[in-house]
Ligand binder design. Sequence first.
Ligand code: 4AD
Ligand code: MG
Length: 477
Amino acid sequence: MTSYTVAELLTQEPKLQPIEVKGWVRTFRAKRFIALNDGSTLKNIQCVVDFENTDEILLKRITTGAAVHIKGELVESQGKGQNVEITVTEIDILGDSDPETYPIQPKKHSFEFLRDNAHLRTRTNTFSAIMRLRSSLSFAIHKYFNENGFYYMHTPIITGSDAEGAGEMFRVTNLDDKNPPLNDQGDVDYKEDFFGRETNLTVSGQLEAETYAMSLGKVYTFGPTFRAENSNTSRHLAEFWMIEPEVAFMDLDGNMDLAEDFMKAVLGHVLENNMDDLEFLEKRLQDEEKTKPQAERSPMSLIEKLKFVVDNNFKRVSYTEAIDILRNSKPNKKKKFNYIIEEWGADLQSEHERYLVEKHFKCPVILFDYPADIKAFYMRLNDDGKTVRAMDILFPGIGEIVGGAQREERLEVLKEKMSALDIDEKELWWYLDLRKYGTAVHSGFGLGFERLVMFATGMTNIRDVIPFPRTPQNAEF
Ligand code: 4AD
Ligand code: MG
């Protein structure tokens, strides 16, 4: 007897051969029809039980959520929407599931409720579809870089440097709380955090990736990053995954080309390989849309949005042009922006980013050449002395999805910038070494993986696209 997954069985010919399968019961109807799911596909396989010849006690144990081992024959199905079903000859309950207490009932649950049950929420169609898409996107990312001559490198999680210079780090310490080392002033000496160093969880692998780009040429990281910022929004997590390619001898134009090609390739991959899950999520969104007034409904479906991004050029606009557009526009007839940009140099708020993408250009936008003062210390200063070779990619419904830059490769200019921002040269001596020995133009970017998954699934809260979200409310699991 051959063992199959549900996905395999659903594509088999009904040859009446004996088969076996293991999975979880989604529903059990009329003492006869089990809808069985094992995670291999969105779809369930129908397993038909001969209830007249099955022990009553066993029948009672076939409940939603129970793990079962089924033996039977694959036969042509009489039911609608399925070619095959299983005529059950033997059923073994591997793990019971008490219907009185099992949280995932066959009905619609709110996302809040499911977040509180993050350990079981992937037993729903919505979350299993999201997590299969997440896995597929992750594979597509590695595939893209592998096919384009990049090396995958692992950057440290515990680090002494603040890559973004924004001070949004979680400290890592092995100090004894009850008896901490004290400095000369009698305060806790955090310099002793980690065997004599002050350390934190990484906010970005970029600086370390730069060191490898300056020897291996084309590299990327894909790992967890941590930010102790206010993550009480639908787009921020305290722990998220970031993809950071870094390339030697590549300038900002090359960086924009790479980012655009890469985004199109990974979204194209799920359009080619994950249509079942995408169609399911699209249907869910369409039902949700129907509850909104006509004017607020999205003009494009989920799949149309993905295809649009894959098939159309991103619009490239300088910060200065964007500011002009924003100053001369009204987001709607009466209302102005909540935050009015008075002066060149102000940072864009998410309402501005969304206006540019969703109302003005109606396509993904790459904004570049930002004012130096609102960007990180490592970005290359332009000849105008006030803008840097930065780029952010803005996506409809998401806002900023990518942040990147050409890096400052000139030792003296970088030192000046660090000194102006009070960044100690001693802390980043190794980073400065790259500018001392064989420096060259180089660039890279960071893609927030969860924001990509949000875009690909149409989910509007970032907590619903990562298995176990880390936010001020969710850190239990
Ligand atoms: O713009 P950020 O801060 O850029 C960097 O960290 C650079 N070192 C990247 C590089 O050039 N190698 O972050 C990059 C992306 C953002 O565009 C956003 O998509 C995501 O990371 N991101 C977050 N995602 C979820 N939760 C948060 N708190 C995030 N902060 C940034
Ligand atoms: Mg950014």
